[in-house]
Design a protein around this ligand. Structure first.
Ligand SMILES: Nc1nc2c(ncn2[C@@H]2O[C@H](COP(=O)(O)OP(=O)(O)OP(=O)(O)O)[C@@H](O)[C@H]2O)c(=O)[nH]1
Ligand SMILES: [Mg+2]
Length: 519
């Protein structure tokens, strides 16, 4: 793993052996024993001095931070140690009190040309977005005018900012962590209110907080494991904190699993609801009926639907992704076979399963198919009330009684059963209510779960949970404590990558390169 920009910037000893603090220099020169507190004080002073030096050497950057479309007002943002001086060069009335809006006329610093009537606000570091001295100029909007303002500021000594450079400085100066920086982009690019709400939550630190809590739990188990390594001698191994590793690890896995599931559901766009049943059971008809339009083809020919069809719909307050399938059946038709395979995959990843049974048929074979597809997970689906039985076509006169095998399965597992007809709309309101309630009930498990929306974050969370899983397997296999510690280290590092506590230079550059200029 490479050293992060943050570490490089904040660790004066990686690129220079120069000591700045006279106190630290004196300690280093004396060859006698030193009091630990005095040593750390001197280190702190040295780092402070180094940081000041770093900030005063950073170039001052500027960019148009508002959009470039014609608009009443546009913003040019300036950040860096010379921000104030640079802007003052372009003003006749130079006084700018921090955090106060000043109406000013902006002039070209060299030829004195009047550029625009503007408002100017100075933010004294560290009380600014970037943590550095910053100035924002609110000028008349539009690309041409804002470009002139920016040109003037650059003539006075600022450099054009790189994409995302303001946010990168905010991150490097410890104003925001990496997940918060990423949330800024998500807020800007949100395409609907939910995405925007989640991005705002992440921006306010919800992801950072949860991830830091997970990491703290990993670290406490890791410390206990490392203590047992430290206390072991060649002759005698210190006992491992087995119970702490097992219960702590399992608790972490459970928490992460909930976060993973919440993420999956968010990406899926609501409760993934899969239609299961024999061909001709009425799946596509009910699917269309819930959507409110004819999305899937319906015919009386068994095997009409050969592929999976997904569509989102809001029922009541809840968002669903409905998945119509080819159903489950044994077939020699190659196209249908692939369709059935796809249906099986969808069923295995469903949040809710709608088990459709044709009221005019006595066939209970679907039960065996469901057992085959879900295997041991079937019980979990039953326990969590994720299966709803729907008897379709109840308007038809040739209704049969429910086949005995299916009836006893329904009874044993207390499955809710709905009698519906898309022809007469009989039972549809009650069925839709049940869907809404099921979604609300299942969503309750995510109530206190922090929603992770970023693909990068979830990948790191997955790596962390795999590493914890491995540490538990190592424990069960009586592997040496060092192996368990290595896995836990990996988990902690994966989590730290989310907030950027440790993050490789490549990752940081990659993230900020996707930002727009001015952000
Ligand atoms: N009378 C009546 N007919 C229905 C009802 N639901 C579906 N049907 C009919 O049943 C036949 C099959 O319906 P589909 O919705 O295509 O069934 P499917 O399960 O999607 O079938 P495949 O795609 O072949 O697997 C069609 O002729 C529908 O019109 C209903 O509630 N009442
Ligand atoms: Mg169909």
């Amino acid at each position: 793993m490479g050293i992060s920009d943050k570490e490089k910037c904040f660790n004066p000893y990686t690129d220079s052996a120069k000591v700045r603090s006279p106190k630290l220099q004196a300690i280093m020169n004396s060859h006698s024993a030193v009091d630990a507190d005095a040593f750390f004080d001197a280190m702190d002073e040295d780092i402070d001095m180094w940081e000041k030096e770093l900030y005063s050497n950073a170039p001052t950057i500027a960019a148009i931070s508002s959009g470039q479309m014609p608009a009443a007002v546009g913003i040019v943002r300036i950040s860096g140690p010379n921000s104030l001086g640079i802007v003052q060069k372009c003003l006749h009335k130079k006084t700018l009190k921090p955090r106060m809006m000043h109406a000013r006329t902006l002039y070209h610093p060299e030829n004195g040309e009047k550029i625009d009537e503007v408002l100017v606000c100075f933010f004294k570091g560290p009380h600014s977005f970037t943590g550095e001295d910053s100035v924002e100029i609110y000028a008349h909007g539009g690309l041409t005018n804002l470009s002139r303002v920016l040109d003037v500021i650059c003539s006075a000594g600022a450099q054009l900012a790189e994409p995302g450079e303001f946010s990168k400085r905010a991150f490097l100066n410890g104003k925001i962590d990496l997940s918060q920086a990423e949330a800024i982009m998500d807020v800007i690019h949100a395409q609907n209110a939910q995405q925007c709400r989640e991005a705002q939550r992440q921006l306010s630190g919800s992801v950072s907080k949860s991830v830091e809590e997970l990491r703290a739990s990993v670290m406490s188990i890791l410390c206990a494991v490392e203590a047992s390594i430290d206390f072991s001698s060649e002759e005698e191994l210190a006992p491992l904190p087995v119970e702490q590793i097992r219960t702590g690890g399992q608790k972490l896995l459970d928490q992460m699993k909930r976060m993973q599931r919440a993420h999956e559901q968010y990406r899926a766009g609501g409760m993934k609801t899969v239609f299961v049943g024999k061909p001709n059971a009425g799946k596509s008809s009910l699917f269309n009926c819930l959507l409110g339009h004819d999305r899937a083809i319906v015919t009386q020919i068994a095997g009409t639907t050969t592929d999976t069809i997904e569509s989102q719909v809001t029922i009541g307050t809840e968002l669903f992704t409905l998945v119509d399938t080819a159903g489950v059946t044994e077939t020699d038709n190659l196209v249908e076979k692939i369709g059935v395979e796809r249906a099986r995959e969808q069923i295995q990843n469903a949040d809710l399963i709608l088990l459709l049974v044709d009221a005019t048929s006595l066939d209970a074979h679907i039960l065996k198919e469901l057992h085959d597809i879900l295997g041991t997970s079937l019980q979990k689906y039953l326990d969590e009330n994720r299966i709803l039985v729907v008897r379709t076509k109840v308007d038809l006169p040739q209704k049969c009684t429910i086949p005995a095998e299916l009836a006893s399965f329904i009874e044993q597992n207390h499955l809710p059963i709905f009698e519906v007809s898309v022809q007469t709309r009989q039972g549809l309101d009650a069925f839709e209510n049940a869907l809404v309630q099921a979604s609300q009930r299942l969503n309750r498990q995510f109530e206190n779960v922090t929603l992770i929306t970023s693909q990068r974050h979830i990948m790191q969370l997955n790596l962390a949970s795999q590493a914890i899983d491995r540490s538990l397997s190592s424990l069960d296999a009586n592997m040496p404590a060092e192996c368990i510690a290595a896995d836990l280290h990996e988990a902690a590092d994966a989590l730290a990558q989310i907030t950027g506590t440790i993050a490789s230079e490549d990752v940081i550059n990659e993230i900020f390169s996707h930002f727009c200029v001015g952000k």
